[in-house]
Design a protein around this ligand. Structure first.
Ligand SMILES: [Zn+2]
Length: 169
């Protein structure tokens, strides 16, 4: 998939639209037009406790995230095995907020184009190491065209996004 590039906000807005509403929040009109629910293919919980009824994603990348979660379900099979690897825990998908460490750049979560998996065991900032999300689970997202911010020594191993992060000169 040819996602827009993370360092090019006009390119992201051209592809996903502009989620900025008034008063520092998300635009209700943009949300109504673009943000769609996804019922996870296995039971998920938010890392702070509640059961996930549905995850919210942008309509242009919702299916990629759905396919990635389905690939995880196929990889592990039983819910108990999924939970043993902590892949049922999410820090959320759609969150209108600034990128961590920035006072101006929007987080990719603001476009509903990212999900965080098991933030407690995949802290930011940190390089992936054994004990973090299993590499084969991260690969489920990558083979569905999503970008893992824990790849290649990157510093946000909980985070998967439908936005390009590759080096661009
Ligand atoms: Zn994230």
């Amino acid at each position: 998939m040819n996602w827009p590039h993370e360092n090019n906000m006009p390119e992201i807005i051209e592809f996903y639209g502009d989620p900025r509403g008034g008063h520092g929040g998300a635009s209700a009109a943009w949300m109504a037009e673009n943000v769609m629910p996804l019922t996870p293919p296995y039971e998920m919980k938010f890392s702070w406790g509640p059961r996930v009824e549905h995850l919210l994603f942008h309509r242009k990348c919702r299916d990629a995230f759905g396919e990635a979660l389905l690939a995880i379900k196929k990889l592990y099979g039983a819910q108990s095995d999924i939970e043993a690897h902590r892949l049922h825990l999410t820090g959320g998908s759609f969150m209108f907020r600034l990128m961590r460490g920035s006072s101006t750049r929007l987080s990719i979560h603001s476009w509903a184009a990212a999900i965080d998996i098991d933030p407690q065991h995949n802290p930011f900032p940190a390089k992936w190491r054994p004990g973090f999300i299993p590499a084969e689970a991260a690969a489920c997202f990558e083979k569905c065209g999503l970008v893992w911010r824990g790849a290649n020594g990157d510093d946000d191993p909980m985070h998967f996004q439908a936005v390009d992060h590759s080096w661009r000169g």
